[in-house]
Write a protein that binds this ligand. Structure first.
Ligand code: F6P
Length: 549
Protein backbone atom coordinates (compact mmCIF):
# COMPACT_ATOMS: atom_id res chain seq x y z
CA UNK A 1 0.00 0.00 0.00
CA UNK A 2 1.09 3.60 -0.58
CA UNK A 3 3.26 4.25 2.41
CA UNK A 4 4.38 7.82 3.07
CA UNK A 5 3.73 9.04 6.59
CA UNK A 6 0.48 10.89 5.81
CA UNK A 7 -1.10 7.93 4.07
CA UNK A 8 0.20 5.62 6.80
CA UNK A 9 -1.71 7.68 9.30
CA UNK A 10 -4.84 7.55 7.08
CA UNK A 11 -4.58 3.74 6.99
CA UNK A 12 -4.07 3.65 10.77
CA UNK A 13 -7.06 5.91 11.31
CA UNK A 14 -9.23 3.53 9.28
CA UNK A 15 -7.97 0.54 11.23
CA UNK A 16 -8.80 2.38 14.43
CA UNK A 17 -12.34 3.07 13.21
CA UNK A 18 -12.81 -0.60 12.43
CA UNK A 19 -11.61 -1.52 15.91
CA UNK A 20 -14.39 0.46 17.63
CA UNK A 21 -16.82 -1.77 19.52
CA UNK A 22 -19.71 -2.73 17.26
CA UNK A 23 -17.95 -1.37 14.15
CA UNK A 24 -18.73 -4.55 12.18
CA UNK A 25 -22.41 -4.50 13.05
CA UNK A 26 -24.13 -3.45 9.82
CA UNK A 27 -27.59 -4.10 11.26
CA UNK A 28 -26.88 -1.71 14.11
CA UNK A 29 -25.79 0.93 11.59
CA UNK A 30 -29.15 0.59 9.84
CA UNK A 31 -31.00 0.75 13.15
CA UNK A 32 -29.18 3.97 14.03
CA UNK A 33 -29.51 5.52 10.59
CA UNK A 34 -32.40 4.44 8.34
CA UNK A 35 -31.17 6.99 5.80
CA UNK A 36 -28.14 4.82 4.99
CA UNK A 37 -29.34 3.84 1.47
CA UNK A 38 -29.26 7.51 0.44
CA UNK A 39 -26.07 8.40 2.30
CA UNK A 40 -24.12 5.35 1.23
CA UNK A 41 -24.89 5.20 -2.45
CA UNK A 42 -23.90 7.10 -5.57
CA UNK A 43 -25.83 7.63 -8.77
CA UNK A 44 -24.79 8.10 -12.37
CA UNK A 45 -27.91 8.58 -14.52
CA UNK A 46 -29.98 5.42 -14.07
CA UNK A 47 -27.08 3.54 -12.47
CA UNK A 48 -26.97 3.27 -8.68
CA UNK A 49 -24.08 1.95 -6.63
CA UNK A 50 -25.50 1.11 -3.21
CA UNK A 51 -22.92 0.23 -0.56
CA UNK A 52 -25.17 0.81 2.43
CA UNK A 53 -25.06 -2.92 3.27
CA UNK A 54 -21.44 -2.67 4.41
CA UNK A 55 -19.97 -1.69 7.76
CA UNK A 56 -18.85 1.65 6.33
CA UNK A 57 -20.34 4.50 8.35
CA UNK A 58 -19.97 8.26 8.07
CA UNK A 59 -16.61 8.27 9.85
CA UNK A 60 -15.10 5.46 7.84
CA UNK A 61 -16.36 6.92 4.57
CA UNK A 62 -14.63 10.18 5.41
CA UNK A 63 -11.55 8.17 6.41
CA UNK A 64 -11.55 6.30 3.09
CA UNK A 65 -12.01 9.51 1.09
CA UNK A 66 -9.20 11.11 3.09
CA UNK A 67 -6.99 8.16 2.29
CA UNK A 68 -7.69 8.64 -1.42
CA UNK A 69 -6.93 12.36 -1.20
CA UNK A 70 -3.85 12.00 0.93
CA UNK A 71 -2.40 9.20 -1.18
CA UNK A 72 -2.66 11.55 -4.19
CA UNK A 73 -5.36 9.76 -6.15
CA UNK A 74 -6.26 12.97 -7.92
CA UNK A 75 -2.73 13.30 -9.27
CA UNK A 76 -2.75 9.64 -10.35
CA UNK A 77 -6.06 10.14 -12.15
CA UNK A 78 -4.62 13.13 -13.98
CA UNK A 79 -1.48 11.24 -14.96
CA UNK A 80 -3.53 8.28 -16.14
CA UNK A 81 -5.68 10.44 -18.42
CA UNK A 82 -2.68 12.49 -19.55
CA UNK A 83 -1.18 9.28 -20.95
CA UNK A 84 1.78 9.38 -18.57
CA UNK A 85 3.95 6.33 -17.97
CA UNK A 86 1.78 4.73 -15.29
CA UNK A 87 3.21 1.31 -16.22
CA UNK A 88 6.90 1.94 -15.47
CA UNK A 89 8.04 -1.69 -15.48
CA UNK A 90 7.10 -1.89 -19.15
CA UNK A 91 7.70 1.80 -19.90
CA UNK A 92 4.13 2.35 -21.08
CA UNK A 93 1.06 4.48 -20.61
CA UNK A 94 -2.29 2.76 -19.93
CA UNK A 95 -4.46 4.59 -22.38
CA UNK A 96 -7.27 2.15 -23.20
CA UNK A 97 -9.61 5.12 -22.60
CA UNK A 98 -8.42 6.55 -25.92
CA UNK A 99 -9.98 3.57 -27.69
CA UNK A 100 -13.44 4.78 -26.70
CA UNK A 101 -12.65 8.48 -27.08
CA UNK A 102 -13.53 10.63 -30.07
CA UNK A 103 -10.82 11.61 -32.52
CA UNK A 104 -11.06 15.18 -31.29
CA UNK A 105 -10.72 14.28 -27.61
CA UNK A 106 -6.98 14.62 -28.07
CA UNK A 107 -5.88 11.93 -25.62
CA UNK A 108 -2.18 11.20 -25.67
CA UNK A 109 -0.21 8.10 -24.71
CA UNK A 110 3.26 9.33 -23.82
CA UNK A 111 3.89 11.42 -26.93
CA UNK A 112 1.56 9.58 -29.30
CA UNK A 113 -1.82 10.99 -30.39
CA UNK A 114 -3.83 8.09 -28.98
CA UNK A 115 -7.38 9.32 -29.71
CA UNK A 116 -6.50 10.05 -33.32
CA UNK A 117 -4.73 6.74 -33.95
CA UNK A 118 -7.54 4.77 -32.29
CA UNK A 119 -10.19 6.60 -34.33
CA UNK A 120 -8.33 5.85 -37.56
CA UNK A 121 -8.24 2.14 -36.83
CA UNK A 122 -11.88 2.22 -35.72
CA UNK A 123 -12.89 3.58 -39.13
CA UNK A 124 -11.08 0.69 -40.81
CA UNK A 125 -12.83 -1.77 -38.50
CA UNK A 126 -16.25 -0.24 -39.23
CA UNK A 127 -15.65 -0.49 -42.97
CA UNK A 128 -14.56 -4.12 -42.62
CA UNK A 129 -17.61 -5.00 -40.53
CA UNK A 130 -19.94 -3.34 -43.04
CA UNK A 131 -18.30 -5.20 -45.91
CA UNK A 132 -18.65 -8.56 -44.13
CA UNK A 133 -22.26 -7.87 -43.18
CA UNK A 134 -23.37 -6.79 -46.63
CA UNK A 135 -21.50 -9.65 -48.30
CA UNK A 136 -18.90 -7.60 -50.19
CA UNK A 137 -16.29 -9.54 -48.27
CA UNK A 138 -17.07 -13.21 -48.51
CA UNK A 139 -15.38 -16.59 -48.39
CA UNK A 140 -13.23 -18.22 -51.04
CA UNK A 141 -16.14 -20.19 -52.46
CA UNK A 142 -18.30 -17.08 -52.83
CA UNK A 143 -20.48 -17.79 -49.79
CA UNK A 144 -21.12 -15.04 -47.25
CA UNK A 145 -19.68 -15.50 -43.79
CA UNK A 146 -22.20 -16.59 -41.19
CA UNK A 147 -19.74 -17.28 -38.34
CA UNK A 148 -16.87 -15.34 -36.83
CA UNK A 149 -14.29 -17.47 -35.05
CA UNK A 150 -12.11 -15.54 -32.62
CA UNK A 151 -8.85 -17.28 -31.74
CA UNK A 152 -7.23 -15.68 -28.71
CA UNK A 153 -6.69 -16.18 -25.00
CA UNK A 154 -6.75 -14.04 -21.85
CA UNK A 155 -7.60 -10.48 -22.75
CA UNK A 156 -7.85 -11.48 -26.40
CA UNK A 157 -10.69 -13.84 -25.48
CA UNK A 158 -12.41 -13.04 -22.19
CA UNK A 159 -13.48 -9.48 -22.98
CA UNK A 160 -14.73 -10.17 -26.51
CA UNK A 161 -16.50 -13.35 -25.38
CA UNK A 162 -18.11 -11.70 -22.38
CA UNK A 163 -19.29 -8.65 -24.34
CA UNK A 164 -20.47 -10.65 -27.35
CA UNK A 165 -22.63 -12.82 -25.12
CA UNK A 166 -23.91 -9.80 -23.23
CA UNK A 167 -24.99 -8.11 -26.44
CA UNK A 168 -26.37 -11.04 -28.39
CA UNK A 169 -27.88 -13.49 -25.93
CA UNK A 170 -31.20 -11.66 -25.60
CA UNK A 171 -31.66 -10.31 -29.09
CA UNK A 172 -29.54 -12.49 -31.32
CA UNK A 173 -26.77 -11.11 -33.47
CA UNK A 174 -25.68 -10.34 -36.99
CA UNK A 175 -23.40 -13.38 -37.10
CA UNK A 176 -22.76 -16.42 -34.96
CA UNK A 177 -19.62 -16.06 -32.85
CA UNK A 178 -17.33 -18.83 -31.61
CA UNK A 179 -14.31 -18.37 -29.36
CA UNK A 180 -11.33 -20.69 -29.39
CA UNK A 181 -8.93 -20.02 -26.53
CA UNK A 182 -7.50 -23.10 -24.83
CA UNK A 183 -4.67 -25.06 -26.41
CA UNK A 184 -6.54 -28.19 -25.33
CA UNK A 185 -7.12 -29.67 -28.77
CA UNK A 186 -10.71 -30.46 -27.87
CA UNK A 187 -11.71 -26.89 -28.69
CA UNK A 188 -10.10 -26.83 -32.12
CA UNK A 189 -11.50 -30.28 -32.90
CA UNK A 190 -15.00 -29.09 -31.98
CA UNK A 191 -14.65 -26.04 -34.21
CA UNK A 192 -13.57 -28.22 -37.13
CA UNK A 193 -16.40 -30.64 -36.48
CA UNK A 194 -19.14 -28.06 -36.03
CA UNK A 195 -18.33 -25.11 -38.29
CA UNK A 196 -18.45 -24.82 -42.06
CA UNK A 197 -15.04 -23.59 -43.24
CA UNK A 198 -16.60 -22.00 -46.31
CA UNK A 199 -18.69 -19.68 -44.14
CA UNK A 200 -16.24 -19.01 -41.30
CA UNK A 201 -14.28 -15.80 -40.90
CA UNK A 202 -11.30 -16.34 -38.59
CA UNK A 203 -9.86 -13.59 -36.39
CA UNK A 204 -6.50 -14.24 -34.80
CA UNK A 205 -6.54 -11.95 -31.77
CA UNK A 206 -3.19 -11.61 -30.05
CA UNK A 207 -1.56 -8.45 -28.82
CA UNK A 208 1.89 -10.02 -29.06
CA UNK A 209 1.17 -12.57 -31.80
CA UNK A 210 3.53 -14.91 -29.98
CA UNK A 211 1.20 -16.55 -27.44
CA UNK A 212 1.71 -20.32 -27.77
CA UNK A 213 -1.91 -21.31 -27.29
CA UNK A 214 -3.18 -18.83 -29.84
CA UNK A 215 -0.52 -19.60 -32.40
CA UNK A 216 -1.04 -23.35 -32.02
CA UNK A 217 -4.78 -22.94 -32.56
CA UNK A 218 -4.30 -20.45 -35.39
CA UNK A 219 -2.03 -22.87 -37.25
CA UNK A 220 -4.52 -25.70 -36.76
CA UNK A 221 -7.43 -23.62 -38.06
CA UNK A 222 -5.29 -22.32 -40.93
CA UNK A 223 -4.66 -25.94 -41.91
CA UNK A 224 -8.37 -26.69 -41.69
CA UNK A 225 -9.30 -23.76 -43.94
CA UNK A 226 -6.51 -24.48 -46.43
CA UNK A 227 -7.37 -28.18 -46.43
CA UNK A 228 -11.03 -27.56 -47.17
CA UNK A 229 -10.80 -24.58 -49.50
CA UNK A 230 -7.22 -24.43 -50.79
CA UNK A 231 -4.21 -22.40 -49.65
CA UNK A 232 -5.39 -19.27 -51.44
CA UNK A 233 -8.51 -19.22 -49.24
CA UNK A 234 -6.43 -18.36 -46.17
CA UNK A 235 -6.09 -14.74 -47.30
CA UNK A 236 -9.87 -14.42 -47.66
CA UNK A 237 -10.83 -16.16 -44.43
CA UNK A 238 -8.33 -14.69 -41.94
CA UNK A 239 -7.87 -11.34 -40.27
CA UNK A 240 -5.54 -10.42 -37.42
CA UNK A 241 -5.87 -8.13 -34.42
CA UNK A 242 -2.46 -7.34 -33.00
CA UNK A 243 0.25 -4.87 -32.09
CA UNK A 244 2.93 -7.07 -33.70
CA UNK A 245 2.53 -6.34 -37.39
CA UNK A 246 5.74 -8.08 -38.59
CA UNK A 247 4.70 -11.36 -36.92
CA UNK A 248 1.24 -11.10 -38.47
CA UNK A 249 2.77 -10.65 -41.91
CA UNK A 250 4.90 -13.75 -41.25
CA UNK A 251 1.73 -15.75 -40.62
CA UNK A 252 0.50 -14.78 -44.08
CA UNK A 253 -2.29 -12.34 -43.29
CA UNK A 254 -2.42 -9.43 -45.72
CA UNK A 255 -1.94 -5.89 -44.39
CA UNK A 256 -5.49 -4.81 -45.26
CA UNK A 257 -6.80 -7.59 -43.03
CA UNK A 258 -4.72 -6.53 -40.03
CA UNK A 259 -6.20 -4.23 -37.40
CA UNK A 260 -3.57 -2.82 -35.13
CA UNK A 261 -3.36 -1.26 -31.72
CA UNK A 262 -0.54 -0.01 -29.60
CA UNK A 263 1.39 -1.12 -26.56
CA UNK A 264 -0.49 1.37 -24.37
CA UNK A 265 -3.43 -1.04 -24.51
CA UNK A 266 -3.05 -3.84 -21.98
CA UNK A 267 -4.47 -7.21 -23.03
CA UNK A 268 -7.14 -7.18 -20.32
CA UNK A 269 -8.21 -3.69 -21.42
CA UNK A 270 -8.23 -4.49 -25.13
CA UNK A 271 -11.86 -5.34 -25.88
CA UNK A 272 -12.36 -1.70 -26.92
CA UNK A 273 -9.59 -2.04 -29.52
CA UNK A 274 -9.55 -4.13 -32.71
CA UNK A 275 -9.55 -7.10 -30.34
CA UNK A 276 -13.27 -6.28 -30.03
CA UNK A 277 -13.83 -6.91 -33.75
CA UNK A 278 -15.68 -10.14 -32.97
CA UNK A 279 -18.10 -8.12 -30.82
CA UNK A 280 -18.80 -5.73 -33.68
CA UNK A 281 -19.19 -8.54 -36.21
CA UNK A 282 -21.49 -10.57 -33.98
CA UNK A 283 -23.56 -7.83 -32.37
CA UNK A 284 -23.37 -5.15 -35.06
CA UNK A 285 -21.32 -1.99 -35.35
CA UNK A 286 -23.96 0.20 -33.64
CA UNK A 287 -23.85 -2.02 -30.58
CA UNK A 288 -20.06 -1.95 -30.46
CA UNK A 289 -20.05 1.83 -30.83
CA UNK A 290 -22.69 2.20 -28.10
CA UNK A 291 -20.51 0.09 -25.79
CA UNK A 292 -17.57 2.41 -26.51
CA UNK A 293 -19.81 5.42 -25.81
CA UNK A 294 -20.78 3.91 -22.45
CA UNK A 295 -17.12 3.42 -21.57
CA UNK A 296 -16.38 7.01 -22.57
CA UNK A 297 -19.26 8.21 -20.41
CA UNK A 298 -17.83 6.40 -17.38
CA UNK A 299 -14.37 7.83 -18.17
CA UNK A 300 -15.74 11.37 -18.03
CA UNK A 301 -17.49 10.61 -14.75
CA UNK A 302 -14.40 9.03 -13.20
CA UNK A 303 -12.23 11.88 -14.41
CA UNK A 304 -14.46 14.71 -13.23
CA UNK A 305 -16.67 13.66 -10.32
CA UNK A 306 -15.68 14.37 -6.73
CA UNK A 307 -14.46 11.24 -5.00
CA UNK A 308 -17.55 11.26 -2.76
CA UNK A 309 -19.84 10.92 -5.81
CA UNK A 310 -17.50 8.93 -8.01
CA UNK A 311 -18.70 5.39 -8.69
CA UNK A 312 -15.33 3.82 -9.59
CA UNK A 313 -13.62 5.53 -6.66
CA UNK A 314 -16.32 4.47 -4.22
CA UNK A 315 -16.41 0.89 -5.52
CA UNK A 316 -12.63 0.79 -5.08
CA UNK A 317 -12.79 2.23 -1.57
CA UNK A 318 -15.46 -0.25 -0.53
CA UNK A 319 -13.10 -2.99 -1.73
CA UNK A 320 -10.18 -1.44 0.16
CA UNK A 321 -12.32 -1.35 3.29
CA UNK A 322 -13.14 -5.02 2.92
CA UNK A 323 -9.66 -6.25 2.01
CA UNK A 324 -7.39 -4.09 4.14
CA UNK A 325 -9.51 -2.99 7.04
CA UNK A 326 -11.84 -5.95 7.54
CA UNK A 327 -9.34 -8.53 6.29
CA UNK A 328 -11.56 -10.33 3.79
CA UNK A 329 -9.61 -12.19 1.11
CA UNK A 330 -12.37 -12.94 -1.38
CA UNK A 331 -14.79 -10.94 -3.49
CA UNK A 332 -17.83 -12.52 -5.09
CA UNK A 333 -19.59 -11.04 -8.12
CA UNK A 334 -23.16 -12.11 -8.80
CA UNK A 335 -24.73 -10.66 -11.91
CA UNK A 336 -28.40 -11.54 -11.92
CA UNK A 337 -28.30 -11.65 -15.67
CA UNK A 338 -27.42 -14.60 -17.89
CA UNK A 339 -26.02 -12.20 -20.44
CA UNK A 340 -23.24 -11.45 -17.96
CA UNK A 341 -22.44 -15.08 -17.30
CA UNK A 342 -18.81 -14.57 -18.33
CA UNK A 343 -18.46 -11.27 -16.47
CA UNK A 344 -16.85 -12.87 -13.38
CA UNK A 345 -14.29 -14.64 -15.59
CA UNK A 346 -13.55 -11.33 -17.31
CA UNK A 347 -13.18 -9.64 -13.91
CA UNK A 348 -10.90 -12.40 -12.68
CA UNK A 349 -8.36 -11.39 -15.29
CA UNK A 350 -9.04 -7.67 -14.98
CA UNK A 351 -8.66 -7.60 -11.21
CA UNK A 352 -6.33 -10.46 -10.40
CA UNK A 353 -3.90 -9.97 -13.29
CA UNK A 354 -3.83 -6.23 -12.55
CA UNK A 355 -3.58 -6.20 -8.79
CA UNK A 356 -2.59 -9.72 -7.75
CA UNK A 357 0.83 -8.45 -6.72
CA UNK A 358 2.98 -8.32 -3.64
CA UNK A 359 5.76 -5.97 -4.73
CA UNK A 360 5.13 -2.24 -4.83
CA UNK A 361 6.14 0.26 -7.49
CA UNK A 362 9.22 1.01 -5.40
CA UNK A 363 10.36 -2.63 -5.68
CA UNK A 364 9.73 -3.33 -1.99
CA UNK A 365 7.18 -5.81 -0.67
CA UNK A 366 3.77 -4.22 -0.12
CA UNK A 367 2.70 -3.98 3.49
CA UNK A 368 -0.88 -5.21 3.42
CA UNK A 369 -3.08 -7.41 1.31
CA UNK A 370 -3.73 -6.54 -2.32
CA UNK A 371 -6.25 -8.09 -4.72
CA UNK A 372 -8.78 -10.50 -3.22
CA UNK A 373 -9.71 -13.72 -4.99
CA UNK A 374 -12.54 -12.88 -7.37
CA UNK A 375 -15.20 -15.43 -8.20
CA UNK A 376 -18.79 -15.50 -9.31
CA UNK A 377 -21.54 -17.03 -11.36
CA UNK A 378 -24.88 -15.72 -12.56
CA UNK A 379 -27.61 -15.41 -9.98
CA UNK A 380 -29.77 -17.28 -9.26
CA UNK A 381 -27.58 -20.26 -10.24
CA UNK A 382 -25.00 -19.33 -7.61
CA UNK A 383 -27.65 -19.60 -4.90
CA UNK A 384 -27.86 -23.30 -5.60
CA UNK A 385 -24.13 -23.87 -5.38
CA UNK A 386 -21.58 -21.78 -3.47
CA UNK A 387 -23.86 -19.29 -1.73
CA UNK A 388 -24.07 -21.77 1.16
CA UNK A 389 -20.53 -20.74 2.06
CA UNK A 390 -21.21 -17.04 1.59
CA UNK A 391 -24.15 -17.25 4.02
CA UNK A 392 -22.75 -19.67 6.58
CA UNK A 393 -19.02 -20.12 5.92
CA UNK A 394 -16.43 -19.14 8.50
CA UNK A 395 -15.38 -15.85 6.90
CA UNK A 396 -17.53 -13.14 5.31
CA UNK A 397 -17.24 -12.83 1.53
CA UNK A 398 -18.33 -9.43 0.22
CA UNK A 399 -20.65 -9.71 -2.78
CA UNK A 400 -21.30 -7.34 -5.68
CA UNK A 401 -24.90 -7.82 -6.87
CA UNK A 402 -25.54 -6.59 -10.42
CA UNK A 403 -29.09 -6.21 -11.69
CA UNK A 404 -31.00 -4.59 -14.58
CA UNK A 405 -34.49 -3.35 -13.71
CA UNK A 406 -35.86 -3.92 -17.22
CA UNK A 407 -35.11 -7.14 -19.07
CA UNK A 408 -34.74 -7.56 -22.83
CA UNK A 409 -37.35 -10.28 -23.02
CA UNK A 410 -41.07 -10.31 -22.43
CA UNK A 411 -41.13 -12.75 -19.51
CA UNK A 412 -41.89 -10.09 -16.94
CA UNK A 413 -42.76 -12.52 -14.16
CA UNK A 414 -39.49 -14.41 -14.57
CA UNK A 415 -37.61 -11.14 -14.28
CA UNK A 416 -39.49 -10.20 -11.11
CA UNK A 417 -38.57 -13.58 -9.61
CA UNK A 418 -34.94 -13.03 -10.62
CA UNK A 419 -34.88 -9.54 -9.09
CA UNK A 420 -36.61 -10.71 -5.90
CA UNK A 421 -33.87 -13.29 -5.48
CA UNK A 422 -31.08 -10.76 -6.00
CA UNK A 423 -32.59 -8.41 -3.44
CA UNK A 424 -33.36 -11.28 -1.06
CA UNK A 425 -29.80 -12.61 -1.12
CA UNK A 426 -28.39 -9.23 -0.19
CA UNK A 427 -31.07 -8.82 2.48
CA UNK A 428 -30.41 -12.29 3.90
CA UNK A 429 -26.66 -11.66 4.11
CA UNK A 430 -27.37 -8.50 6.08
CA UNK A 431 -30.22 -9.70 8.23
CA UNK A 432 -29.18 -13.22 9.12
CA UNK A 433 -31.35 -15.39 11.33
CA UNK A 434 -30.72 -15.69 15.06
CA UNK A 435 -31.02 -18.90 17.08
CA UNK A 436 -34.12 -17.71 18.95
CA UNK A 437 -35.85 -16.97 15.62
CA UNK A 438 -35.00 -20.44 14.35
CA UNK A 439 -36.21 -22.06 17.57
CA UNK A 440 -39.48 -20.09 17.55
CA UNK A 441 -40.09 -21.04 13.94
CA UNK A 442 -39.44 -24.73 14.63
CA UNK A 443 -41.69 -24.70 17.67
CA UNK A 444 -44.46 -23.10 15.61
CA UNK A 445 -44.03 -25.96 13.15
CA UNK A 446 -44.40 -28.39 16.11
CA UNK A 447 -40.93 -29.90 15.74
CA UNK A 448 -39.93 -32.05 18.71
CA UNK A 449 -37.75 -30.24 21.29
CA UNK A 450 -34.95 -32.78 20.93
CA UNK A 451 -34.86 -32.18 17.18
CA UNK A 452 -34.92 -28.42 17.68
CA UNK A 453 -31.88 -28.65 19.96
CA UNK A 454 -30.08 -30.82 17.42
CA UNK A 455 -30.93 -28.96 14.23
CA UNK A 456 -31.52 -25.32 15.16
CA UNK A 457 -27.80 -24.31 15.30
CA UNK A 458 -27.38 -25.46 11.72
CA UNK A 459 -30.17 -23.15 10.59
CA UNK A 460 -28.66 -20.00 12.08
CA UNK A 461 -27.36 -17.28 9.77
CA UNK A 462 -24.97 -14.91 11.49
CA UNK A 463 -25.90 -12.04 9.16
CA UNK A 464 -24.00 -8.74 9.05
CA UNK A 465 -22.38 -9.97 5.86
CA UNK A 466 -21.53 -7.15 3.45
CA UNK A 467 -22.69 -6.58 -0.09
CA UNK A 468 -22.81 -3.86 -2.71
CA UNK A 469 -25.56 -3.54 -5.31
CA UNK A 470 -25.20 -2.08 -8.79
CA UNK A 471 -28.66 -1.46 -10.24
CA UNK A 472 -29.45 0.11 -13.61
CA UNK A 473 -32.36 0.36 -16.01
CA UNK A 474 -31.35 -2.14 -18.67
CA UNK A 475 -28.27 -3.96 -19.84
CA UNK A 476 -27.97 -2.27 -23.23
CA UNK A 477 -24.63 -1.79 -24.96
CA UNK A 478 -24.15 1.66 -23.46
CA UNK A 479 -24.60 0.32 -19.94
CA UNK A 480 -22.37 -2.65 -20.63
CA UNK A 481 -19.67 -0.15 -21.58
CA UNK A 482 -20.28 1.83 -18.41
CA UNK A 483 -20.15 -1.30 -16.29
CA UNK A 484 -16.86 -2.55 -17.76
CA UNK A 485 -15.22 0.87 -17.45
CA UNK A 486 -16.53 1.15 -13.87
CA UNK A 487 -14.58 -1.97 -12.91
CA UNK A 488 -11.54 -0.97 -14.98
CA UNK A 489 -11.25 2.28 -13.07
CA UNK A 490 -11.98 0.58 -9.76
CA UNK A 491 -8.98 -1.65 -10.45
CA UNK A 492 -6.74 1.31 -11.30
CA UNK A 493 -7.75 3.14 -8.12
CA UNK A 494 -7.16 0.10 -5.94
CA UNK A 495 -3.80 -0.63 -7.57
CA UNK A 496 -2.77 2.96 -6.93
CA UNK A 497 -3.81 2.80 -3.28
CA UNK A 498 -2.01 -0.51 -2.85
CA UNK A 499 1.06 1.01 -4.48
CA UNK A 500 1.37 -1.67 -7.16
CA UNK A 501 1.63 -1.41 -10.94
CA UNK A 502 -1.82 -2.48 -12.16
CA UNK A 503 -0.72 -2.58 -15.78
CA UNK A 504 2.01 -5.22 -15.96
CA UNK A 505 1.67 -9.00 -15.47
CA UNK A 506 5.09 -10.50 -14.84
CA UNK A 507 3.49 -13.22 -12.73
CA UNK A 508 2.29 -15.06 -15.82
CA UNK A 509 5.80 -15.46 -17.26
CA UNK A 510 7.53 -18.15 -15.20
CA UNK A 511 5.04 -20.89 -16.00
CA UNK A 512 5.27 -20.10 -19.72
CA UNK A 513 9.07 -20.49 -19.61
CA UNK A 514 8.96 -23.73 -17.62
CA UNK A 515 6.37 -25.19 -20.01
CA UNK A 516 8.86 -24.73 -22.84
CA UNK A 517 11.41 -26.73 -20.84
CA UNK A 518 8.96 -29.52 -20.01
CA UNK A 519 7.50 -29.87 -23.50
CA UNK A 520 10.47 -31.79 -25.02
CA UNK A 521 10.55 -34.12 -22.01
CA UNK A 522 7.05 -35.30 -22.84
CA UNK A 523 8.30 -36.81 -26.11
CA UNK A 524 8.64 -40.61 -26.10
CA UNK A 525 12.22 -41.59 -25.41
CA UNK A 526 13.36 -38.13 -24.29
CA UNK A 527 15.67 -37.88 -21.29
CA UNK A 528 13.95 -36.12 -18.39
CA UNK A 529 15.87 -33.74 -16.19
CA UNK A 530 16.33 -30.28 -14.86
CA UNK A 531 13.07 -30.22 -12.91
CA UNK A 532 12.10 -30.69 -9.29
CA UNK A 533 11.60 -34.31 -8.17
CA UNK A 534 7.82 -34.08 -8.15
CA UNK A 535 7.70 -32.77 -11.70
CA UNK A 536 10.12 -35.46 -12.90
CA UNK A 537 7.97 -38.14 -11.26
CA UNK A 538 4.78 -36.74 -12.81
CA UNK A 539 6.40 -36.58 -16.25
CA UNK A 540 7.37 -40.23 -15.83
CA UNK A 541 3.87 -41.19 -14.75
CA UNK A 542 2.33 -39.19 -17.62
CA UNK A 543 4.53 -40.94 -20.15
CA UNK A 544 3.88 -44.34 -18.60
CA UNK A 545 0.13 -43.79 -18.82
CA UNK A 546 0.56 -42.97 -22.50
CA UNK A 547 2.72 -46.04 -23.04
CA UNK A 548 5.74 -43.77 -23.71
CA UNK A 549 7.87 -44.65 -20.70
O1 F6P B 1 -0.29 -14.65 -20.27
C1 F6P B 1 -1.03 -13.54 -19.93
C2 F6P B 1 -1.31 -12.67 -21.13
O2 F6P B 1 -0.16 -11.99 -21.49
C3 F6P B 1 -2.45 -11.72 -20.86
O3 F6P B 1 -2.04 -10.57 -20.23
C4 F6P B 1 -2.98 -11.51 -22.23
O4 F6P B 1 -4.28 -10.99 -22.21
C5 F6P B 1 -2.91 -12.92 -22.78
O5 F6P B 1 -1.73 -13.44 -22.24
C6 F6P B 1 -2.92 -13.03 -24.26
O6 F6P B 1 -1.85 -12.33 -24.84
P1 F6P B 1 -1.83 -11.98 -26.38
O7 F6P B 1 -3.00 -11.11 -26.66
O8 F6P B 1 -0.53 -11.29 -26.60
O9 F6P B 1 -1.92 -13.27 -27.14
Amino acid sequence: MASDSITRSAWRHLAGLAARPGAHDIRALFAADPDRPRRFSAVLGDMTLDFSKTAIDGHSLVGLLDLAHEAGLDGFRQRLFAGAMVNPTEGRAAMHMALRSHAGDGMMALDEHASASAAGERERMAAFVAAVHDGRLCGASGLTFDTVLNIGIGGSDLGPLMATEALTLARGGRMRARFLSNVDGTGAAAVMRELDPARTLVLVASKTFTTDETMTNARAIRGWIAGALGEAAVAMHFAALSTNLPAVAGFGIAAERVFGFRDWVGGRFSLWSPVGLSIALAAGWEQFQAMLDGGRHMDAHFREADFADNLPVLLALVGIWHVNIMGYGQQCVLAYDDRLRRFPAFLQQLEMESNGKSVGLDGAPVEGRTCPVIFGEPGTNAQHSFMQLVHQGTSPVPVDFILAAVPDHDRAEAHRILAANALAQAAALLRGKALDEVVAEMRAARVAEADIARIAPHRVFVGNRPSTTILFERLDAFTLGRLIALYEHKVAVQGFLWGVNSFDQWGVELGKVLAKGILPDLQPGAAVGGHDASTVALIGRFRALRGDA
